[in-house]
Design a protein around this ligand. Structure first.
Ligand SMILES: Cc1cc2nc3c(=O)[nH]c(=O)nc-3n(C[C@H](O)[C@H](O)[C@H](O)COP(=O)(O)OP(=O)(O)OC[C@H]3O[C@@H](n4cnc5c(N)ncnc54)[C@H](O)[C@@H]3O)c2cc1C
Ligand code: FES
Length: 323
């Protein structure tokens, strides 16, 4: 995938909701159809790219469907758009189909649960860069923490369709089994044959699950699971690439492990994004300047969200320096 394959668009488009279905305690799958110019703009969306969705006019759900801890905050007006990446993008003859997996964390994501088929949503995108697939890799390891799985599911689809020669394994970690944002049971396809996650198995990609409380799969952080795999599978590090998305502390651990093993690693970062189009400067990511002690601030929405793991100064790193 050449770097210039990441085309962005700051135009706003209308998307038609086709499915908005609950797939877990706090997780939903949203399917959107785009037509004409909107379909063209999103047809080549790269894994990791995202859209800014306007949820200012979405309704609140009935009171009994509002989690207690959100009951005060949800009444806030939704002024700013919210960024969401895609778990799948499918360009068909007459339309482009976008799939989003989202988690209820606050007022906008809660209101998103109320949109129904045939309703229209205004979206801007595709925005940001995306994961890049270098030519010299034979193994891709996809490492997801919590809600970091959607762009890696999209990447799994692209790898299986366009790079079947690359051996791919997915690792998905969460605090507990119920925090894994997947449709269906994680053991639907037998764990014994190494395909516990249907979302990756459907692309012929084996997967491993890790939970911090040991309720499913590996007992511990997903980086432990990744480390065990790297120890058990002796491969030339220069032929491996790690792609990761998830909470920043997890990304910092994956970056550290990749650096220790001399493996290239791309990470998709999250920042709160007030505009998503490079105007407000709210999404700064501190990055190292190569061969120097200097750092610069890059924009997560325009220079990212995907960064080379070696360049990012993680917030956890900065905090540990203060101790
Ligand atoms: C590039 C990108 C892609 C994303 N893709 C997805 C996706 O595929 N599925 C999904 O469920 N979510 C995704 N998110 C996160 C999503 O944008 C937020 O969950 C959403 O904006 C929350 O809005 P809210 O009003 O419901 O909650 P808010 O009240 O805005 O936030 C609730 C809580 O979540 C935290 N939070 C909100 N936004 C972010 C953020 N961007 N980064 C870190 N913490 C945040 C807040 O600090 C707060 O504690 C993505 C974010 C980015 C930047
Ligand atoms: S979100 Fe406004 S500049 Fe990045």
């Amino acid at each position: 995938m050449a770097k210039d394959a990441h085309k962005t668009s700051k135009t706003s488009f209308t998307a038609v909701v086709v499915v908005n279905k609950k797939i877990g305690s706090r997780f939903y799958k949203l399917v959107l159809h785009l037509f004409k110019q909107a379909a063209d703009a999103f047809a080549n969306t790269q894994p990791g790219q995202f859209a800014e969705i306007d949820l200012s006019s979405a309704a609140l759900p009935p009171a009994d469907q509002i989690p207690n801890e959100l009951s005060d905050r949800v009444k806030r007006e939704i002024i700013l758009r919210r960024p969401f990446s895609f778990s799948s993008v499918d360009a068909r003859e007459d339309k482009t189909v976008l799939e989003i997996i989202y988690c209820i964390v606050g007022p906008a994501s809660l209101r998103l649960t109320t949109v129904i088929p045939e309703q229209k949503l205004n979206i801007i995108g595709p925005l940001g860069n995306g994961f890049n697939i270098p030519d010299n890799k034979t193994t891709a390891l996809l490492v997801a923490g919590g809600m970091g799985t959607p762009p890696l599911q999209h990447l799994a689809k692209i790898l299986s369709e366009k790079h079947p020669e690359i051996y791919t394994v997915a690792f998905a970690g969460a605090k507990s089994k119920s925090d894994l944002p997947f449709e269906g049971r994680t053991d639907e396809v037998s764990e014994e044959i190494g395909y516990p996650i249907q979302a990756f198995a459907k692309y012929g990609i084996e997967s491993q699950v890790a939970t911090n409380d040991g309720s499913a799969g590996y007992n511990g952080p997903v980086t432990g699971c990744l480390n065990d795999w790297l120890k058990a599978n002796e491969k030339d590090p220069s032929e491996i690439i790690i792609y990761a998305c998830g909470p920043e502390a997890m990304l910092a651990d994956v970056a550290k492990l990749a650096a220790e093993k001399n493996i290239d690693c791309q990470i998709s970062m999250e920042r709160r994004m007030a505009c998503g189009i490079g105007v407000c400067q709210s999404c700064a990511v501190e990055c190292k300047v190569p061969d120097s002690n200097e750092t610069v601030y890059k924009l997560c929405c325009e220079d990212g969200p995907v960064f080379n793991a070696k360049e990012v100064v993680f917030l956890t790193e900065k905090n540990s320096h203060k101790l």
